[in-house]
Write a protein that binds this ligand. Structure first.
Ligand code: TRP
Length: 320
């Protein structure tokens, strides 16, 4: 095994370095999207959700406001709400208020800063509710072990924001099957998906006129510069988002604007002009397509709610 170079030894997060070099060593260069979410990334992401062009958040919020009582009735009394990737925990609050004596709330997130701030806020706003936050990767069973501290009750996984769309169809299937493995028959899943629609509307949502999504995408290069001793020139990369109709997804890339090379912890990486780094996908579903995915992973679709323009859907499903 080769000894690491001097600059490699100084790197704290070896896993980050390994993932970055592995991803940039592929023919289609890629970076794992989980690295988009450091503290800056998470804050930029919150700003994306408030953009006019980014219709998803508003469409989903409209659905929740309009059908909240129906959703609470489907979930029933004394439920424990589990939220993988909870972030600032804002979306769940009106649901928790509407529910009939919920047993508790269990948010899971990789960002401790955002999670701890949210936990403090929620304790003040929802007194009497038992909250236990877990810091970790929600696809890791370890992050779910704290659920054992709650009394046995009906659990409902709350997964809004079309986050399931950021997984490839195979990984989405694996993730839903994993959620199911953490649940019992009769437990629920309340999950949001962005629906298939016109490419222009989709592309505007991911390449907004205020360039916040561009800043969010480029933040991954800022992180690599800061944390992995690299020299990416941000001016040499442009944000690009396009809808791929066959794959039913919006793809996000960083395009190299000229042929050049970058150093990352002593390793040189070459970029052709026009070559891209693939950073994120956002898959779009039809209601029928998503029901099929639910069925494959051990859930029975119970019902779904949509906005008038049918841009977005919230589904309720139960474990068989
Ligand atoms: N899940 C949402 C979506 O697919 C939010 C999201 C995740 C997002 N990663 C993103 C939005 C990157 C913009 C850019 O739209």
């Amino acid at each position: 095994m080769a000894l690491p170079s001097q600059s490699e030894e100084q790197i704290q997060d070896r896993e980050f370095l390994r993932d970055v070099l592995e991803g940039l060593g592929r023919r289609q260069k890629a970076l794992p999207c989980k690295y988009l979410y450091d503290e800056t990334g998470s804050r930029l992401f919150e700003r994306i959700c408030e953009l006019d062009d980014y219709y998803l958040t508003r469409a989903e919020a409209d659905i929740f406001s309009k059908y909240l009582t129906d959703m609470a009735r489907r979930i029933g009394p004394a439920a424990l709400i589990v939220e993988p990737g909870a972030g600032n925990c804002k979306k769940v609050q009106q649901l928790l208020r509407q529910l009939d004596s919920p047993t508790g709330y269990y948010p899971i997130d990789i960002s401790p800063e955002i999670l701890m701030a949210a936990q403090g806020r929620m304790a003040a706003q929802l007194p009497g509710l038992t909250i236990r936050a877990a810091v970790g990767d929600f696809s890791d069973p370890e992050a779910w072990t704290g659920l054992m501290d709650f009394p046995a009750c009906k659990k409902v996984v709350f997964f809004p924001g079309s986050t399931i769309g950021n997984f490839s169809p195979q990984h989405a299937e694996d993730l839903l099957a994993f959620f199911k493995s953490m649940l019992q028959p009769g437990d629920g899943l309340l999950i949001g998906t962005d629906l298939v629609k016109d490419a222009v509307v989709l592309e505007r949502a991911y390449a907004d006129s205020e360039h916040v999504t561009a800043a969010f995408n480029k933040n991954i290069l800022v992180r690599i510069n800061n944390e992995l001793n690299a020299d990416f020139d941000l001016a040499l990369f442009a944000h690009r988002a396009f809808y791929h109709p066959l794959r039913q997804r919006v793809e996000m890339h960083l395009v190299s604007l000229k042929t050049h090379s970058v150093h990352i912890a002593g390793t040189r990486v070459y970029f052709e002009e026009g070559e891209t780094i693939h950073t994120e996908n956002s898959h779009k579903y039809s209601v029928a397509g998503f029901n099929c995915l639910l069925g494959k992973t051990g859930f029975t679709p119970v019902c779904h709610w949509s906005d008038i323009q049918r841009r977005y859907a919230v589904h309720y499903a139960q474990v068989n």
